[in-house]
Design a protein around this ligand. Structure first.
Ligand code: FAD
Length: 489
C-alpha cells in the first residue's frame, strides 16, 4: 500500500484519487479552495442557481466507469438524461436552426435552413465516428510519450489513416471544402472552441469534436453540472480518500530526482508518489522552482479564456433552448481579435446556457437562469474591468437585436467571471480554460505528458496536460496516469 499525495481536487484529481484508492493505496488530496471540483462549482443569487464553469456534459460513461471500477452502482450516486435537442443557432439575418440527438434530424435541419445536401451532411456526421475511433485509441487512451503507444497495432491503424485525419490542413479549410454555405462552415468550425482553439489555425483532425455531441449525445446531470464532481467526491470519501481543504500546496518536495512529499503552510507531508492537478505552468513555476523547466511547453500559446455573465431573468423565452449560440457575423476577425490582438471583437459570438429549461428548480417560476459565455484571450494584463463592461453592453444589444426584444429590463440578478477571477480561483495560468491552445500540430498533440521523465514518482492529471482540456479528456488523463503508475509500481 502506497501513500499518494495529490495537489488540487479538480475533476481529474478526483478521478485519479478514486483510481488509486481502488488499487488499494492511501490517497490525500490537498485543495486550496474550501470545496472540491475546481472549475466545477455552483452558486445561487436570489433564487437562481448557476453552475459556474462547464455547462456541456458529454461521454457520461467516463464518469460511470469510476463507480463501476469501485464496484458501486453509478445510479446510487449520479444520474443524468440525454438532451433530445443539442443546440439552437441564431444568426443576425434571422437564420435559425436546431441540432438534435438524432443525426438524421440535424442533417435535415441544416439542409432545410442552410441549403446543404441532406445526405452529404448526414454522411459527414456519421463519418466522424470512424475518425474519432482511430484518434481516441491512439491519442485519448494512451500516453503519447511511451514507445509502446507508437509501436502497437492501433498506432499502425492511425499511420495508415494519416491522410484522412487532416493533420496538415486547418479545421476551417476542411469544412470550407466540405460545405457550400459559410454558415454551415461556421457551425462546424465552432467546435474548435471546445478546447479553446482557433478553427482557422487548429488542425482539421479536431473536426472530430462534434462527433461527441451529434453521434454520442449531449447530457444533463440531475442536480446540475456540479453533480459530476459532488458525486465523485462522495465516492472518493467512501473509498477512504482524505481531503484537506483550504490547504494550498507550496512545494513538491524532490530528493535525488524523486518526488517524496508535499509542503504546505502547515508543514511537510511525506508520500511515495505525488500527482499534480495544478495547471502545468504554476506547477513548475511555483511548486518545482528548483527543477529544470520544460521551456518550450511553458512558452506555448494558451487556450482561450472566457467572460461569463450569470443573469437571473424574470421572463422566459420559448425560442431559446438549453444551449444556444448567437453567431458573430465576423467570425474570422473574432478569432484574430482573441488570438492575435489578445482582446475581444465588437461583434462577439455569444453562448447562452439555460439549465432551468430542463431543471425548472434552477430559477424562480416564470424566470430563467442565463449563463452567458463569450470567448476571450487569456489574461496578459488587459483592462478587464473595461472589457467586461463593454462586452456586457455588446451582448445585451446582440441578443436583443436577434430576438427582436430588449432583454435589459429582465435582468434582475447578476454576477460575472473573467480570466483574472478564473486564475485566482483555480490557479489556471492566465485563466485559460483548457491549458495550452491547439493552434498547431505540436501543441494539439504533444502536450505535457502525464509524468516527468527526470523526476520519479511524479504524475500529472488535468486539463493542461495530455490529452487535453474539458471534462472527458481530464477523466482520460487520470486513466492514463493511473496506468503509468501501475506500470512503474
Ligand atoms: P481544475 O478544475 O482546473 O481544478 C484544479 C484545482 O486544483 C482547483 O480546485 C485549484 O484550487 C486546485 N489547486 C491548484 N493549485 C493548487 C495548489 N498549489 N494547492 C492546492 N490546490 C491547488 N469542459 C467541458 O467538458 N464542458 C464545458 O462545457 C466546459 N465549459 C467550461 C466553461 C468554463 C467557464 C470553464 C472555466 C471551463 C469549462 N470547461 C468545460 C473546461 C473544464 O472545466 C476543465 O477542463 C476541467 O474542469 C479542468 O479540470 P482539472 O482537473 O484540470 O482541474
Amino acid at each position: 500500500k502506497k501513500q499518494i499525495g495529490i495537489v488540487g481536487s479538480g475533476v481529474a484529481s478526483l478521478a485519479m484519487g478514486i483510481r488509486m484508492a481502488c488499487l488499494g493505496h492511501q490517497v490525500d488530496i490537498f485543495e486550496a479552495n474550501a470545496f472540491p471540483g475546481g472549475k466545477l462549482s455552483e452558486f445561487e443569487i436570489e433564487g437562481y442557481r448557476f453552475d459556474a464553469g462547464p455547462s456541456l456534459f458529454t461521454l457520461p460513461h467516463l464518469v460511470d466507469e469510476l463507480f463501476t471500477l469501485a464496484q458501486k452502482n453509478p445510479r446510487d450516486y449520479f444520474n443524468y438524461t440525454r438532451l433530445p435537442e443539442i443546440c439552437r443557432y441564431f444568426w443576425e439575418d434571422q437564420t435559425r436552426l436546431t441540432t438534435y440527438q438524432n443525426p438524421a434530424d440535424t442533417a435535415h435541419e441544416i439542409a432545410q435552413n442552410l441549403g446543404e445536401n441532406e445526405k452529404k451532411v448526414h454522411d459527414f456526421i456519421l463519418g466522424l465516428q470512424d475518425k474519432y475511433q482511430i484518434i481516441s485509441e491512439l491519442f485519448l487512451e494512451n500516453s503519447l510519450h511511451q514507445p509502446s503507444t507508437w509501436l502497437g497495432k492501433k498506432a499502425w491503424r492511425g499511420y495508415l489513416n494519416i491522410p484522412r485525419l487532416g493533420l496538415f490542413s486547418s479545421m476551417h479549410q476542411y469544412h470550407k471544402s466540405t460545405f457550400k454555405n459559410p454558415k454551415t462552415v461556421q457551425l462546424f468550425d465552432r467546435y474548435a472552441t471546445y478546447n479553446g482553439s482557433d478553427p482557422y489555425q487548429t488542425p482539421a483532425t479536431l473536426s472530430i469534436i462534434p462527433h461527441l455531441e451529434y453521434n454520442l449525445g449531449a447530457y444533463f446531470p440531475r442536480g446540475g453540472m456540479i453533480a459530476i464532481t459532488q458525486s465523485l467526491h462522495q465516492l472518493a470519501v467512501d473509498l477512504g480518500v482524505r481531503f484537506r481543504f483550504n490547504e494550498k500546496v507550496t512545494r513538491i518536495i524532490c530528493k535525488n530526482q524523486q518526488a517524496i512529499g508535499l509542503e504546505t503552510a502547515k508543514g511537510q507531508y511525506p508520500f511515495d508518489a505525488v500527482v499534480s492537478n495544478m495547471d502545468i505552468r504554476p506547477s513548475y513555476q511555483k511548486l518545482l522552482q528548483d527543477q529544470i523547466q520544460p521551456k518550450r511547453l511553458l512558452q506555448q500559446e494558451q487556450s482561450s479564456s472566457g467572460i461569463i455573465f450569470y443573469w437571473g431573468m424574470n421572463k422566459s423565452w420559448d425560442e431559446l433552448g438549453v444551449h444556444n449560440i448567437f453567431f458573430s457575423d465576423h467570425y474570422q476577425e473574432e478569432f484574430k481579435a482573441i488570438f492575435t490582438d489578445k482582446t475581444l471583437h465588437e461583434d462577439p459570438t455569444v453562448y447562452v446556457h439555460i439549465s432551468s429549461k430542463v431543471a425548472p428548480e434552477d430559477a424562480p417560476k416564470g424566470g430563467e437562469n442565463w449563463f452567458i459565455l463569450i470567448n476571450c484571450p487569456s489574461n496578459i494584463g488587459q483592462n478587464w474591468d473595461e472589457l467586461v463592461s463593454l462586452t456586457r453592453e455588446r451582448v445585451i444589444q446582440k441578443i436583443s437585436r436577434v430576438l427582436g426584444q430588449d432583454i435589459r429590463p429582465y435582468i434582475i440578478a447578476e454576477d460575472y467571471l473573467d480570466p483574472r477571477r478564473i486564475e485566482n480561483r483555480t490557479s489556471s495560468a492566465g485563466g485559460a480554460l483548457y491549458g495550452n491552445a491547439s493552434n498547431n500540430r505540436f501543441a494539439a498533440f504533444l502536450r505535457h505528458p502525464n509524468y516527468r521523465q527526470s523526476i520519479k514518482n511524479l504524475y500529472w492529471v488535468g486539463g493542461s496536460v495530455h490529452p487535453g482540456g474539458g471534462i472527458p479528456l481530464c477523466l482520460s488523463s487520470a486513466k492514463i496516469a493511473a496506468k503509468l503508475f501501475q506500470e512503474n509500481a
